[in-house]
Design a protein around this ligand. Sequence first.
Ligand SMILES: Nc1ncnc2c1ncn2[C@@H]1O[C@H](COP(=O)(O)OP(=O)(O)OP(=O)(O)O)[C@@H](O)[C@H]1O
Ligand SMILES: [Mg+2]
Length: 258
Amino acid sequence: MTLIKFEKFAVEFTLGNGRQFTALKGLDLDIPKGQFVCIVGKSGGGKSTLVRSLAGLTLPTGGKLTVDGQPVTGPSRDRAMVFQEDTVFPWMRVDENVGFGLQGLLPEKKRERIEKWLQAVGLADFSKAWPRELSGGMRKRVALATVFAMGSPVLIMDEPFGALDFVTRANIHAILLDLWRASGTTVVFVTHDIEEALVLGDRILVVSDGRILDDLSCDLARPRDEDVLGSTKAVGLRKAIIGHLGIGRQPMLESADQ
Ligand SMILES: Nc1ncnc2c1ncn2[C@@H]1O[C@H](COP(=O)(O)OP(=O)(O)OP(=O)(O)O)[C@@H](O)[C@H]1O
Ligand SMILES: [Mg+2]
């Protein structure tokens, strides 16, 4: 069942010099409920614009976007977003951060919900800690607990783990995948890292120059261990993505050598 539907979706910005710039050039995209979609592509290609639009933070100048049949007209708690920067409030303790999106719940229910999600991300012992007392990876886990506690059906992530080291990132990937599987959330995840897309995605979109250049099914077995990531299928996907990104020597540099 389609949950998210972009139709001829276009975003044009007016730049400081008064010129128009088209960041998304009329794209069509259907995302079924529960899918884990990764978006990769060159810098400036429109990835953040695409997910900010889904979050309702950027409005289209053409076409339309619906989630569960409803037009997106602004941010909603049904579409939670995690950014690259820290998304925890430094002036709130860990449990207050996780409870932030839970206004309206009875105090006891709220406490239960906070405890459940802190446990799920392995931070049960840190509920009274301040964010400054946590490592970067732990702060990201607080952010994950916060968004999953809200129970939003759509989770949008824009390079959330870019600043983490390899091992911390691998651990948080495992947590995110567990929570995604258990909750049935639909995830749209931007990354500049092809390996991260291969580890996480059911589907990988290559977005460049305001368009979807390729829409790849990433139906590798899970968990995606080294064997899976070294399989012929994974190698083929990696090659296809690298091909689209046009990595390699630039013609200008080649001619400068001669
Ligand atoms: N608010 C804005 N006003 C004007 N131009 C913008 C605005 N936001 C984005 N752009 C332009 O739209 C294009 C796409 O930007 P976007 O941030 O979506 O790229 P991206 O694919 O996320 O890049 P990166 O990988 O570097 O994060 C860029 O050329 C950018 O300068
Ligand atoms: Mg971006």
